[in-house]
Design a protein around this ligand. Structure first.
Ligand SMILES: Cc1ncc(COP(=O)(O)O)c(C=O)c1O
Length: 345
């Protein structure tokens, strides 16, 4: 029997989905509590949230499309630019390792994902992406910092790719950009074929509210707007996102804590002799060797849940660990140390 919904790992530290481990701003909860009964009984209206987001990201309001999590934005980009356009033999380009919804959305609209295999060290393969571009390419999915490696794509490389594929949409997924790296947003005016994806799930701690954004010029955004359902953001999420945008102190404080948590994770990996990749995001990819599922189980038995990445050929022997609140990172490191030590002869 298959039951809908992502499995809950149970009690313990959730370091497997790159969530904000400290929760959202208290101002968000206050705003949700202030929702009126009629906000719940009427269909949501969100031009004021769109305008607030446009102001926040310094773009025109018609460059903003709110989506039910960036997940929905990824799927709707594929529906709008491939399915709706009835693009036969359409291809997308997906540099590996990649966030699953890119190949999944590609498959959902009957297109073919051209996967770019990584090099050791996970340095971004700009030339391989450029070589993979064909007249059939409809969407190029680029993720910076990358989930799960934490690696950045230089702005100049993003620009080169966008210039080399004027017939395609370049979707730059910046879900983790608040934790490191430079956003492509200031460059957008020069690129009618680029969509930048952002989310309130990670740095803002609103994963349970499901709010993401696609930002781009109307040429790239309107085909996605056409296929996106009109009431895709709910009343609680609207109030929550408004309040999150207004709390200017929350995000820099949390990003600072994440940066320190990453350093502690690196130091622990150095002590334990584990290979890892320095990350610009709120997680670190760590190679723990063989029998990763047993390793993940042993950590779970110590109430620490991390993501098993070993089934992906692009990340053999790896787990991905969320770096968030320092206290949580310290607890994870303690569990990591005891599991690694117990497994050594
Ligand atoms: C790279 C990347 N893009 C997009 C998302 C989706 O975010 P949202 O919660 O807004 O759907 C995630 C979530 O894990 C992600 O890792």
């Amino acid at each position: 029997m298959r039951i809908q919904g992502y499995p809950d790992p149970g009690a313990g530290l959730r370091l497997h989905l790159n969530e904000n481990t400290g929760g959202c701003s208290p101002r968000v909860l206050e705003a949700i509590r202030r929702i009126a009964t009629t906000d719940v009984s009427t269909y949501p209206s969100y031009p004021s949230l769109v305008t607030a987001c446009a102001r926040h990201f310094n773009v025109d309001p018609d460059w903003v499309l709110l989506t039910n999590g960036l997940d929905e934005g990824i799927l709707m980009a594929a529906v709008g630019h491939i399915a709706r356009a009835r693009a036969h033999d359409a291809e997308t380009i997906v540099p590996m390792p990649a966030f699953d919804p890119y190949p999944n959305a590609t498959a959902a609209v009957g297109a073919h994902a051209v996967r770019i295999q990584p090099e050791p060290g996970y340095v971004f393969q700009t030339d391989a992406v450029l070589r993979a571009i064909t007249p059939r390419t409809r969407i190029i999915f680029l993720n910076t910092p990358n989930n799960p490696t934490g690696q950045l794509i230089p702005i100049a490389d993003l620009s080169r790719i966008a210039e080399s594929a004027p017939q395609a949409i370049v979707l730059i997924d910046e879900a983790y950009i608040e934790f490191g790296g430079r956003t492509f947003l200031p460059e957008l005016r020069r690129y009618p074929n680029v969509l930048v994806g952002r989310t309130f799930s990670k740095a803002y701690g609103l994963a349970g509210m499901r709010v993401g954004i696609l930002i781009g010029q109307p040429t790239a955004l309107d085909p996605v707007r056409e296929v996106t359902l009109p009431f895709n953001i709910n009343a609680a999420a609207i109030a929550a996102t408004m309040a999150a945008l207004e709390d200017r102190e929350f995000l820099p404080r949390y990003a600072h804590e994440v940066a320190e948590s990453r350093l502690r994770l690196y130091a622990a990996c150095d002590r334990l002799g584990l290979e890892y990749w320095k990350s610009a995001a709120n997680f670190v990819l760590v190679r723990v060797g063989d029998a990763v599922p047993l390793f993940v189980e042993a950590l779970a038995a110590r109430h620490v849940h991390v993501r098993d990445r070993s089934k992906d050929p692009a990340t053999p022997g790896c787990v991905r660990i969320t770096a968030g609140v320092l206290e949580h990172t310290d607890a994870a490191i303690e569990a990591l140390e005891s599991v690694v030590t117990a497994r050594r002869p």
